[in-house]
Design a protein around this ligand. Structure first.
Ligand SMILES: Nc1ncnc2c1ncn2[C@@H]1O[C@H](COP(=O)(O)OP(=O)(O)OP(=O)(O)O)[C@@H](O)[C@H]1O
Ligand SMILES: [Mg+2]
Length: 258
């Protein structure tokens, strides 16, 4: 591992050159950051859990035909991915009001939104990833109108799929962010889901208790981050204490709510 060329050192992950051209290795670190790195801690075991959870979700995305960068998990902390040209726009999908939406618009946290809302943020740490509109994205050439359509369609498909996946295990998908990238295959370019999908990038609330099972535990100093990520993994059937290597598929959790 030490000989591999490091391509990018991110906040939560490191990218290394992959074994074949057009591939990369994504290494999941234990670093937790929030508020643009103003808050930073090492959370033992987070990287391993995010690697497993993200692997599981991307594998299911492939199964339902949602194009993405994932090839395979290599070990506890690393996965092999297809190298893409990341579009510098994060796509956020919200089902329930929380976080910055609640702050900006004064909508109480936990209110179910009239419909799923898509937001775009310009990926620029120095500027705190500001909210932008389609106008900004096309005017500054970050993505074309056609690409924006594709990004939105993909984000909605991911939302529908993830909402159902999590609901089946007693978890409400409040919101999430994805990164997308351009992937060329022969002469054809398509937009695919990249980066990670994990409790670092989603808001996940327990259906019965509304307990937070995501990075808000860190942002809001609630503690128990690894325990709740582990619980997400356990409910998805990815990990259980005796057999960390074999997935058994989602575990049905009955909900009182309908
Ligand atoms: N398939 C891919 N090909 C190329 N780059 C990728 C791919 N998937 C993810 N990335 C990029 O790898 C980096 C992952 O590292 P990490 O998530 O730690 O970054 P970060 O410090 O959070 O910065 P960012 O704000 O850019 O996400 C991100 O910059 C992400 O855009
Ligand atoms: Mg990131």
């Amino acid at each position: 591992m030490s000989r591999r060329r490091r391509i990018y050192e991110g906040k939560a992950k490191t990218l290394y050159e992959g074994p074949e051209p057009g591939t990369l290795i994504q290494f999941f670190k234990d670093d937790a950051t929030a508020f643009n790195k103003k808050k930073h801690e090492i959370v033992d075991g987070k990287g391993v859990l995010n690697n497993r959870i993200s692997e599981y979700i991307f594998t299911q995305l492939t199964r339902v035909g949602i194009p993405n960068h994932f090839i395979k998990r290599i070990n506890m902390r690393e996965q092999l991915i297809k190298e893409v040209e990341i579009i510098p726009v994060e796509v956020i999908v919200r089902n329930i009001s929380a976080g910055t939406l609640s702050e900006r618009l004064g909508i109480p946290e936990g209110e179910v939104l009239p419909r799923s809302i898509i937001e775009f943020c310009y990926k620029k740490d120095e500027l705190n990833d500001p909210l932008v509109s389609e106008e900004h994205i096309t005017a500054f050439g970050w993505a074309s109108p056609q690409e924006i359509d594709d990004m939105m369609a993909l984000a909605i498909r991911v939302n529908d799929f993830l909402s159902g996946l999590f609901l089946g295990v007693g978890i409400q998908l409040v919101d999430f962010k994805i990164e997308l990238g351009r992937l060329w295959e022969n002469d054809i370019m398509r937009i695919v889901v990249a980066d990670e999908i994990s409790p670092d990038s989603c808001r996940l609330w327990d259906i019965k208790t509304n307990e937070k099972m995501d990075k808000d535990r860190f942002r809001r100093d609630l503690g128990g981050l690894v325990d709740s990520y582990q619980e997400v993994a356990r409910r998805l059937g990815i990990m259980n204490e005796n057999d960390p290597k074999r997935g058994k598929g989602p575990v049905l959790v009955k909900s009182d709510k309908t």
